[in-house]
Design a binder for this molecule. Sequence first.
Ligand SMILES: Nc1nc2c(ncn2[C@@H]2O[C@H](COP(=O)(O)OP(=O)(O)OP(=O)(O)O)[C@@H](O)[C@H]2O)c(=O)[nH]1
Ligand SMILES: [Mg+2]
Length: 228
Amino acid sequence: MRRAVIKVKLVTNILRANEDMASRNREIFREKGSKVVNLISSPGAGKTTLLETTIRTLKNHLTIGVIEGDLMTTRDGERIAALEVPVVQINTRGGCHLDANMVHKALTELPSGKLDLIFIENVGNLVCPSAFDLGEDKKVVILSVTEGSDKPAKYPTTFEGAAACLLNKIDLLPYTNFNLREFYEDLKTIKPDLPVFEVSALTGQGMEAWYGWLTTIDVTGEPSPCRT
Ligand SMILES: Nc1nc2c(ncn2[C@@H]2O[C@H](COP(=O)(O)OP(=O)(O)OP(=O)(O)O)[C@@H](O)[C@H]2O)c(=O)[nH]1
Ligand SMILES: [Mg+2]
């Protein structure tokens, strides 16, 4: 019993320390004039591909920076660096999510001037990242059709905390048993007003609506919702 109390206290303290650092990050983002999007998905749903296509399309109109989170390797960071935008790679070395402290350290390595948009690619994981505020303005969840339409119902917390959902790999829809009706019905019970964009990050299909949504992000200074 006593052990359980200590554990709850420890988790509460960790989350509180994270919130404090996330608030500090938010101040820095405001000073830089940046809108910040935290991308969350399972491994391989298409976060980096989405970033590549988005950056190719928007980089002549907006200044963009990227913070890449992975357990190991600099591979995603290298993919983004090839597009000639500033990128910082974080390796969590086993950690299943980014936290505000990691992002704070990474921020010192981004250019000091204004960045219109900062994308944070979280570690591939549909559960833990939703519990940690990084100081972002919005969390965005990406689900790909190859993962199955039951995922919102099975992993609701990430969908609850998101401000938008990208249904990716829509080009593969005819080759899967992904049930669009089930997906939308489940989402309606979890978060009825969640905007969903059916996209192919690879082919560019449906991406205009995503770019449009990015321009609507309002900077409230409020934490984006976290779910545990
Ligand atoms: N057909 C198709 N393939 C895609 C699409 N988006 C991504 N892929 C492929 O899916 C694989 C994984 O894509 P990534 O962008 O690396 O996925 P990720 O979410 O960044 O993966 P992690 O960083 O490991 O979590 C790659 O082979 C991509 O080419 C898409 O819209 N359609
Ligand atoms: Mg990636």
